[in-house]
Design a protein around this ligand. Sequence first.
Ligand code: PLP
Length: 393
Amino acid sequence: MPPPPDPRFAAQAPWLEIDAQALAHNARLLREVLGQGVRLGGVLKGNAYGHGFAQVLPAAHAACDALYVIDPRDGLAVRAWEEREGVARRQVLVLGAVETEEAVELARAGVDLVLTDAGQARFVSALRSAALRLRVHVHVDTGLGREGFTLGELTAGVEFLAQARDAIEVAGVLSHFANTEDVTEQTYAAQQLAAFDEGTRRVREGLGLTARLERHVAASAAALLLPHARYDAVRVGIALYGLWPSSETRLSMRALTGHVPELRPVLSWRCRSQLTKWLPAGSYVGYGCTYRCPVDTRIAVLPMGYFDGYPRLLSSRAHALVEGQRCPVLGRVMMNHVVIDVTRARGEGSLTATLLGRDGEEQVSADQLAVWAQTINYEVVTRISAHIRRVVI
Ligand SMILES: *Cc1c(COP(=O)(O)O)cnc(C)c1O
């Protein structure tokens, strides 16, 4: 059923359904896998993996112990939401790049920041002037070759932190894996873990810390597959949204534990047709005349396209679901239009097509769309345009 009208969106626009109970279910399953003593962190970057930051926040806030974002403004948005709703604060950690003024705002709001490189020493004088102390987690680059202090840089990094104690409180240490998703053996991950333990030791000893440092390394794949990578907290993104990091991860899970948890996809993507009509045999459909109807064909025109994040690579490849029937995408995906074959689908008038999600017995998964579009499920969901209406169900 289409959602009720909302003047901010065209009546004929596509929409996403965000299943808050599915997210809560995934969080429960993850907690079962993790066991006691490991904090569950939810990753809300990339507009909550395309699901919609604002729509996912209440469910993720309720289900997780900590929230991780890239954009400092998202970290501040969590604090503003907590204030408005009168709910207790969660730990919030900004993983992404920030400027000095943003670092000051985060300190004021009690949001943690990932310290990634010596360049962030520039925050210190601004924090001192504001008489603020920023909680940071030291990112150790253990082999991803992205942000973080390499082991070689860590000595200087720790010296800087020792001198900035009044402005910077070291609350945690983290790293990020390079190669846990696309493999069924985890030798590179083991090397990264050894480097992480060494990095943690250097931070702890260099700063003479006796208090607990929160250690977190695992994203979804490692959280599921590598018990010794779970440490004190995990940062789970894709699995929280009910998707597997890869088929290798799923296969490894079965091989290692004999059991595959039933993650439930949180997102469905639907659109009502703007019109249906019969085209006689021999008619062409769409730009480039790439599709020609072999027989009389009933088509539905959907008012959405690659502008909305439906990949053009799905042209003549994907199908949508109407009344539980598979309806092939005919010809090219256009900027604002997709044409599907509804010859076999029941229903007259405006039809509701499911581009991603379940309809009756059938399902189009993000994994299936990713195969058709030659990418990964992460990209399929994250690129669904932020302008589309998202409805929490
Ligand atoms: C994206 C990201 C995660 C979450 O990864 P998933 O595979 O979606 O669970 C965790 N940590 C960092 C640093 C990330 O960038």
